[in-house]
Design a binder for this molecule. Sequence first.
Ligand code: TXA
Ligand code: MG
Length: 334
Amino acid sequence: MGGDVFSAIRELKRGGVVALPTETVYGLAANALDAKAVEKIYHIKERPPSNPLIVHVLGGTWIEKYANLGDNPGRVKKLVENFWPGPLTLVLGKKITIPDIVTAGSGKVAIRCPDHELFRSILQACNFPLAAPSANPFGYVSPTTAEQVRQTLGHKVKVIVDGGQCSIGLESTILDLTQNVPKILRPGAIAADEISKILVEPIATYEPIVSENPTSPGQLKQHYSTRTKLELFPNGIRKYAGKTQGSIAVVFNSKPLDLDEIAENFHSSRENIFWFSENGDQSEIARNLFATLQKLDADHYDVIFCERPLRSGIGIAIDDRLLRAAANSTDPKA
Ligand code: TXA
Ligand code: MG
């Protein structure tokens, strides 16, 4: 364990906030049982107190301390056995052990068991659950490297544990188990059909919601935004038909065959053409999505054009993040 791991444990034990790597994105963690520590997370992120936090645990045996398994405990058992540790967050009835500030007053708690060695060793050493949102200022792109956390929150967070680049790169799938039919509240690396196969029952798939008062505040329309204007184009398009102005970065899913021709087709130049993955691999696109957007955002283009993914598997989650990022990318706080 590196020195920063020990500093993180010390800081967490004394009620501080630290940034930690998970397999999905970096999180901003504090003791989930300490309301004062959790309050600091909201403050650092400038996150509205109405938006609850995910509670991170070491394994299935911790669940019953903090959540009620509900009418169908078999569901929770199957999901834990098949997907934990991993990018699946379960929304269950909350027990009073979890302070209200964590769940934003809701009677439900979101619980996840991260699959990252450093995060897990810290959980083990602390022996209390960690509340952790993604380690970005509210509304901005989630960080997938320690450097990204440093750039946006380094002035507010003393301890940032560097665990390398996140292997998945998109936030966990959130599944609400408090209703008769389990329902996806946020798509992620674990797709609806994988869950439904394990549960051997249908689940309600995710509907993008634009509501003012969504069931999961992560469903707020605009989120994950770049400051630079972001425009999406359909998958497979290789020529831009509209008018363009200013400096343009264009991001494809895979490396275009002819860079000069593509640059011309998009009224851009060869050095402003980018790709999330060499060969269009969906997992690689997910892994590189936020880092690429944040890098291009720092380069001050007038507009970023970005190709939408194929909508299958993790592509549904990628598309969800892109649609929100493009909803109003010039005003990330909205
Ligand atoms: O992969 C992840 O889930 C990452 C890593 C750090 O674990 N965390 C993450 O946290 O994405 P955050 O706070 O950025 O997004 C959590 C989402 C929010 O949209 C929040 O509204 C929703 O989970 N959520 C949290 N608690 C909830 C609850 N009790 N009921 C419904 N939604 C909840
Ligand atoms: Mg977030």
